[in-house]
Design a protein around this ligand. Structure first.
Ligand code: S3P
Length: 439
């Protein structure tokens, strides 16, 4: 199938149906990487087969693991109990999580690896990870510009560090912990807010001991070096960050009722759902259960007249990828939705504050930009715009959802990157009654 150069969402009548979100992106990266570091077989079910994850799967193989696809979302990784120097460049595509976690993993072995990525990933800062890894003893050669890919990593004998993060980042925490697995001593990471803890949980499933405690200034994660990982079975639940899109459509298109089944409900990932409830959304969770060591449930969104709120800044870490779709739904709310303390959005796959502000304004929405946030004043949305996405999957999907409830169609450019996190997004939305297509 060729990738369309643009996609248009037309105003929809009402959406209805039950769908399943694709596998969680964060857990899918981790399952492949940990499986490659472990000895023995890791079998994964529900793996997200998006482009980012496929790049991590190729990287796992290049580092010496045997990686096989057994069926839809069903993968087998046979690790060698450590990583080997790859013969080829590790191209992580669009994936910040892939490259940052892999750099941390590679740093702990006596190997060399050259990392690279696509144009968007080459623009993103890497020193937040290489800085602490260098203080553990790894070396980095910047092959173009400092702090940017491509970079060559020289791993080796590492010493543990105590690292204090100024902004909670699960990628930085995870890179340090993965390096810490092969460092001498106990590595600790202190974060001001608790960021997603899939690394801590999954490392335990692979047989490592990881300590987590709440202390005065935040959360402290600790891990002793010299712990081997052992292959295991990983069931990947549905990605809440992807489930957000069909649920958002259910909330903003009048008369809709949309259910997404099997959504991971890890508290470090559900900030958006709480925020929508605070905004008056009719959002219900049923069939709560456990899957893959995580809480999971089915979420139903019914059309709701939302009202604007001030989103608590302390919630940012639990919904940092969700502000684009939150702001698209806030465009239909009564009053102002104020989102602050989210400067990190500017260094994601794109500058997501700048692109949401520009896209929403092009659609006739009143938006004010701040250095570390933005405010959306809701009301009826005109739409009728061509939106620039800079190939950012979440910017594209957020504006397509906006277009379903706007007065006029909304078109996004460069939609190919949607497959990075949500393969089958357009087909799923159209099954629910949306009209998203190439024209
Ligand atoms: C992720 C952590 C977050 C998030 C990203 C996935 C992870 O990034 O934005 O999409 O899987 O660890 P930061 O750690 O930079 O906040």
């Amino acid at each position: 199938m060729t990738t369309p150069s643009q996609l248009t969402a037309r105003p929809a009548r009402s959406l209805a149906g039950v769908v399943r979100a694709p596998g969680d992106k964060s857990m899918s990266h981790r399952a492949l990487i940990f499986g490659a570091m472990a000895s023995g077989v890791t079998e994964i079910e529900g793996l997200l087969e998006g482009d980012d994850i496929l790049a991590t799967g190729r990287a796992a193989a290049a580092f010496g693991a045997r990686v096989e696809r057994l069926g839809d979302g069903h993968w087998r990784v046979e690790g060698q109990g450590g990583l080997k120097s790859p013969a080829e460049v590790i191209d992580c595509g669009n994936a910040g999580t892939g490259v940052r976690l892999l750099m941390g993993a590679a740093a702990g072995y006596p190997i060399q690896a050259r990392f690279d990525g696509d144009a968007s990933l080459r623009k993103r800062p890497m020193k937040r990870v290489t800085g602490p890894l260098a203080s553990m003893g790894a070396r980095f050669d910047w092959l173009a510009d400092e702090d940017r890919l491509p970079v060559r990593v020289h791993g080796g004998a590492l010493g543990a560090i105590d690292y204090v993060q100024s902004v909670a980042s699960a990628q930085v925490k995870s890179a340090i912990l993965l390096a810490g697995l092969n460092a001498s001593g106990v590595t600790t990471v202190l974060e001001p807010e608790k960021s997603r803890d899939h690394t801590e949980r999954m490392l335990r499933a692979f047989g490592a001991e990881v300590g987590v405690e709440e202390i005065g200034e935040g959360w402290k994660v600790s891990l002793a070096g010299g712990q081997p990982l052992k292959g295991t079975f990983v069931a990947v639940p549905g990605d809440p960050s992807s489930a957000a899109f069909p649920l958002a459509a259910g909330l903003v298109v009048p008369g809709s009722e949309v259910t997404v089944e099997g959504v991971m409900l890890n508290l470090q990932r559900t900030g958006l759902f709480q925020t929508w409830i605070d905004m008056g959304a009719d959002l219900t969770i049923s069939n709560r259960r456990q899957a893959g060591g995580e809480d999971v449930g089915d979420i139903t969104a019914r059309y709701s007249q939302l009202k604007g709120i001030v989103v608590p800044e302390a919630r940012a870490a639990s919904m940092i990828d969700e502000y684009p779709i939150l702001s698209a739904t806030a465009a239909f709310a009564d009053g102002r939705t104020i989102m602050r303390g989210i400067g990190e959005m500017r260094v994601k796959e794109s500058d997501r504050i700048a692109l949401m502000v520009a896209g929403l304004q092009a659609c006739g929405v009143q938006v004010e930009e701040e250095p570390e946030g933005f405010t959306v004043t809701g009301g009826p949305v005109r739409g009728g715009a061509n939106v620039t996405t800079h190939s950012d999957h979440r910017i594209a999907m957020s504006h397509l959802i906006l277009g379903l409830a706007a007065a006029e169609p909304v078109t996004v450019d460069e939609p190919g990157m949607i497959a990075t996190s949500f393969p089958g997004f357009v087909e799923m939305m159209n099954r629910l009654g949306a009209a998203i297509g190439e024209a």
